[in-house]
Design a protein around this ligand. Structure first.
Ligand code: HEC
Length: 392
């Protein structure tokens, strides 16, 4: 497809994905907050609690029923389309960005995997992810939520590791995110919605609702709640090459997920007690430690070369620069140019143009970050840059 059209398609779908994602997660956070802040002292007959709030210049009074009101209201608002649309637009985006240019974005450079095979692995991972998750929840493990949580976490880390063997860093990250997103929307579609429909139907027919379904729904919506923060990080991880570009990118992702689950746990429990207040400083410390242990090792000579360039080393400087310039011309400007010759790009990716010596100089820091401290560029190593050239 024409890369210009792809870019606008990407724009439109990504925008909708963000909007529906914000609506989904916003509603989810809001209802958890409601639940945690209900005033449960002396509730009115049939209520489990109520709550007063002020927002947007108006005062609201909300009441939560123990089960249901004596008479069902005419309009009952459901929350599902934001979840479904987040998933639909997410899969569309995955296709537009990663699957339509699998050779560039998805395949791990040097792995020798065919682009179509990579796409099949990607799609397969989403489907398998849901079935493995659903199976584990319905197994006897489902009765032990803590143990189940640990097993699910280990399974996701294993998936991240396995995907990192065949996919580029960002390809692996986005698929872990998509697996989690699929699990979350699967929970809404297959478990939570049917449970709610069962509840409403039982009330309308004056029956006792089956207690099994809501209990299952509660476990799944707990999972969704803890999964939001890791998935949100993955969605912005594209901006952080030190994470997905690291050799142990799957371990960094695991570390960040543990940190985010700790934070989420504090916010889920702080209304009852401050027992988990320690998780916040621990998470902050964990973030610092993670940044420290995953820092790039400074053995490369390139940053030195850049420095010596800045220090006026006359002849050496010029000859070094000539060499670097020809490497960049050969390996980078097919894409990073005012008029890229690579068919997938209509304009210079990320606005980075490397046509002139001045432009190259201006981008030194970013070039080092993308090409030397990590192997992210050239994307998919399509232009087959050698380790010696990176050194230079
Ligand atoms: C096959 C095309 C392609 C080649 C070849 C390529 N790049 Fe890129 N580059 C991209 C794309 C696409 C992006 C935008 C990445 C994104 O989506 O964030 C990018 C982004 C960048 C960025 C900006 C990253 C940021 O956001 O800070 C830098 C710097 C960069 N490339 C440097 C290089 C260098 C240096 C080379 C050559 C060694 C190179 N690229 C080769 C496609 C390419």
């Amino acid at each position: 497809m024409d890369p210009y059209i792809t870019e606008w398609l990407n724009l439109a779908v990504r925008w909708v994905h963000m909007i529906t994602g914000v609506a989904w997660i916003g509603a989810s956070f809001y209802f958890v907050w409601l639940e945690n802040n209900l005033n449960r002292e002396n509730p009115k007959e049939g209520l489990s609690g109520d709550l007063w709030a002020i927002h947007g210049g108006g005062i609201y009074h909300l009441e939560k029923y123990k089960l249901a009101p004596p008479k069902m209201p005419e309009t009952l608002h459901w929350f599902k389309w934001e979840a479904y649309f987040t998933w639909i637009t997410g899969v569309a985006l995955l296709t537009i960005v990663f699957y339509s240019n699998a050779d560039i974005y998805l395949v791990k450079p040097g792995s020798g995997i065919e682009p179509m095979t990579a796409v099949a692995i990607g799609v397969g991972s989403l489907i398998a992810g849901w079935f493995v998750y659903d199976f584990l929840c319905d197994s006897p493990l489902g009765k032990k939520p803590m143990l189940l949580g640990v097993v699910l976490f280990a399974a996701l880390v294993a998936a991240a590791w396995a995907l990192s063997l065949v996919f580029s860093g960002r390809g692996a990250y986005i698929h872990v995110g998509a697996i989690i997103g699929t699990i979350m929307v699967g929970n809404v579609f297959r478990i939570i919605m049917p449970a709610q429909r069962g509840l409403v139907k039982a009330i309308e027919e004056n029956r006792e609702p089956d207690p099994e379904l809501p209990a299952k729904g509660l476990l799944r919506s707990r999972h969704n709640n803890y999964l939001t923060l890791p998935v949100l990080f993955i969605m912005i991880s594209n901006h952080f090459p030190s994470t997905y570009g690291n050799e142990y990118n799957w371990a960094i992702l695991a570390g960040l997920s543990v940190i985010s689950v700790l934070v989420r746990h504090y916010f889920n429990t702080r209304h009852g007690s401050q027992k988990y207040a320690w998780t916040i400083p621990t998470a902050a410390l964990g973030l610092v430690c993670l940044a420290f242990v995953s820092a790039p090792t400074k053995t490369s000579s390139v940053p030195m070369a850049v420095e010596s360039n800045g220090h006026n080393h006359g002849v050496v400087e010029v000859s070094e620069f000539v060499q670097v310039k020809s490497i960049i011309m050969e390996r980078c400007t097919v894409c990073h140019s005012q008029s890229p010759t690579h068919p997938a790009f209509a304009t210079a990716p990320a606005g980075v143009m490397l046509d002139t010596p001045q432009q190259m100089q201006n981008e030194v820091t970013r070039i080092v970050a993308q090409t030397v401290t990590t192997n992210i560029m050239p994307l998919g190593n399509l232009t087959q840059m050698t380790p010696e050239e990176r050194e230079a």
